[in-house]
Design a binder for this molecule. Structure first.
Ligand SMILES: Cc1cc2nc3c(=O)[nH]c(=O)nc-3n(C[C@H](O)[C@H](O)[C@H](O)COP(=O)(O)OP(=O)(O)OC[C@H]3O[C@@H](n4cnc5c(N)ncnc54)[C@H](O)[C@@H]3O)c2cc1C
Length: 559
């Protein structure tokens, strides 16, 4: 039977956190480290909202220089570098190529914008990009983790990237981070929090039912139907784009949010993969927007759109967005023409941006802040975590944790600045120590180290105690490995396993057979009977088809 990370159901917690996206998970970990008991709930799963839909960059946000958000760029660059250090198993350096089509474009608008005039930069020339990259290098220095930028002239650019548009006269080359397993990193924060404060708890597929009565919340487990009552000294609303909806359900009137929907596609295309030369292309497009593409598990991730989205529940990646993302690829690589047939997966999410009427959605600040309200008829504070980026979650969590500690009359006892996360602890930093770790893990050492960091040892030891064998439709994964995840990582639906605990879907490895086989392993661990097994398979298949997972789509057609 699975090791329960769900608690014996307490009726009071110091803090109730609603929403287990990256900001809820980060705040949960930080509070637990300070000895504060918290209940973290999500009506879906850990990192299943916007936190599962980013471009997967851990970045300094170079484009925020154009909106004079120097504080945000400085914080983002520092947090990026800290994540490279604290989560080296999932956050890796990524070289970025920023091609430009002119030398001097944008200088005047950039200067006017810096002086505070409303001037929108339509095109960025080499000189402007060089200035931006120098500022970027400066912010990279405080917590140094990446090399400084370089510049390629036309000749060198064409030599290294023969497929790139002939319009490009030069390119800036600089470094960012990328996160390979974003959803797993979020879960690891929760697991670290639970290890630090055993009185805390996580409940997924759980929501608040009705308005709280005299500060008492009725929580409903959406899977089992069970309801429980809890009270809390402080409530944190970390529900991202749903913040105003959740506040409304608590009886708190707020209008903090103004979300923007963003979609990505993952395409399987050898020519495009080769054209990237393992780098990320960050390029301005005809419509004045920036787009990006880079290699992702042997395929190419292309993103993203930016469209106003009133109701986050209705967000999806539309056919028009798919066509737009496929078409922008030809702006950087003119000889590459993609079709819908090349798409193996789409995903979409709503950026939890602060409300900013009258502004273009692309100009709304990506900074974070805390909204402060009280639960009606009580003195219980409700803190809403507005905005923020994946990259800056630690700093935002630190800020939220600080606000709560003040309210509880406590002080910080543990800093998260240099604290490793999950399988990033004792992660090997050079080739020799990596080889030593790989041979300690044993067969599949490299693969498991990439998937679980230093937790790979625990995964392998657990698997060895089961009748471990390769999943026949997916031999790069083993049944013991799947069993470990189902036992230790709060899998409640099959989709949790296929979409968030593993990168199976992201890697483009999903087929109907994989769904069947992994479902059977999960059923054995989680005690699902035949009816539940069939429901889980149907539910996961529908969920995956909704995300246009190509293999599932075509398998379904064949069936
Ligand atoms: C297209 C796109 C690209 C992005 N790219 C990047 C990037 O490359 N780098 C970067 O740093 N950032 C990026 N971001 C931003 C980043 O992903 C988000 O800012 C961040 O994930 C927000 O996290 P969150 O925890 O606030 O919200 P979410 O992750 O949305 O979490 C909110 C949670 O609340 C839950 N919830 C909602 N209603 C309820 C309820 N009633 N009861 C219980 N739970 C509820 C939801 O299920 C959800 O899990 C991107 C975002 C998008 C959409």
């Amino acid at each position: 039977m699975p090791e329960k990370i769900v608690e014996k159901k307490n009726s009071h917690y110091s803090v109730l956190i609603i929403g287990a996206g990256i900001n809820g998970c980060g705040t949960f970990r930080d509070l637990c480290l300070q000895g504060v008991d918290c209940l973290l709930i999500d009506r879906v799963d850990v990192c299943s909202g916007a936190s599962a839909a980013p471009s997967r960059l851990i970045h300094g946000g170079i484009k925020y220089l154009e909106t004079n958000e120097f504080r945000l760029v400085r914080e983002s660059a520092m947090e990026r570098n800290r994540l490279l250090n604290n989560a080296p198993h999932y956050v890796k350096a990524l070289e970025v190529v920023f091609p430009v089509n002119s030398w001097f474009a944008g200088l005047k608008d950039g200067f006017l914008g810096y002086l505070g005039f409303r001037a929108r930069i339509k095109e960025r020339g080499a000189l402007l990009v060089e200035i931006g990259l120098r500022i970027y290098d400066f912010y990279n220095r405080k917590v140094k983790a990446l090399p400084d930028h370089r510049f390629f002239g036309r000749g060198k650019l064409r030599e290294q990237f023969p497929a790139v548009t002939k319009n490009a006269v030069a390119a800036g080359l600089y470094y960012e981070g990328r996160v390979t397993h974003a959803e797993r990193l979020g879960l690891e924060l929760v697991l670290d929090g639970l290890a630090a404060q055993p009185k805390s708890a996580l409940r997924t597929y759980t929501e608040v039912q009705g308005q709280p009565q005299q500060g008492a919340f009725t929580l409903k487990d959406i899977i089992s139907g069970e309801t429980t009552k809890v009270t809390a000294d402080v409530v944190i609303n970390a529900s991202g784009a749903w913040i105003d909806k959740v506040n409304d359900s608590l009886g708190v009137a707020s209008s903090y949010m103004g979300g923007s929907r963003g979609a990505h596609v993952i395409v399987k295309h050898e020519g495009l993969l080769k054209a990237t030369q393992g780098r990320m292309m960050y390029f301005g497009c005809k419509d004045g927007r920036f787009n990006l593409l880079y290699p992702f598990f042997g395929n190419v991730l292309v993103g993203s759109t930016d469209l106003a989205q009133k109701d986050p529940d209705l967000a999806h990646c539309s056919a028009e967005e798919v066509d737009y993302l496929l078409s922008v690829v030809s702006e950087i690589f003119p000889d590459i023409k993609l079709s819908r047939d090349d798409v193996i997966l789409t995903y979409s999410g709503v950026r939890p941006l602060p409300r900013a009427s009258g502004k273009d959605i692309g100009d709304v600040s990506r900074d974070h802040s805390i909204g402060r309200d009280k639960l009606p008829g009580t003195e219980v504070p409700v803190l809403s975590l507005i905005g923020g980026k994946w990259t800056t979650f630690r700093a935002f969590s630190e800020q939220s944790c600080h606000a709560v500690l003040l309210m509880l009359g406590k002080t910080r006892i543990v800093s998260t600045v240099e604290l490793p996360i999950g399988g990033g602890r004792n992660y090997p930093r050079d080739e020799n120590s990596r080889n030593a770790m790989v041979s300690k893990i044993g067969t599949r050492g490299n693969e498991l180290l990439d998937r679980y960091g230093t937790k790979a040892l625990e995964v392998q030891q657990f698997a060895a105690m089961t009748q471990d064998r390769p999943v026949s439709s997916l031999p790069s994964y083993s049944t013991g490995e799947i069993a470990y995840i189902c036992t230790h990582e709060n899998v409640r639906h099959l989709a949790d396993l296929l979409l968030r605990r593993t990168a199976i879907t992201m890697e483009g490895l999903l087929t109907a057979q994989v769904i069947q086989e992994t479902a059977i392993v999960a059923a054995n661990i989680l005690g699902w009977d035949k009816t539940r097994l069939a429901t889980e398979i149907e539910h996961a298949t529908t969920e995956l088809a909704r995300r246009s997972v190509k293999s599932v789509r075509s398998d379904l057609v064949q069936n």
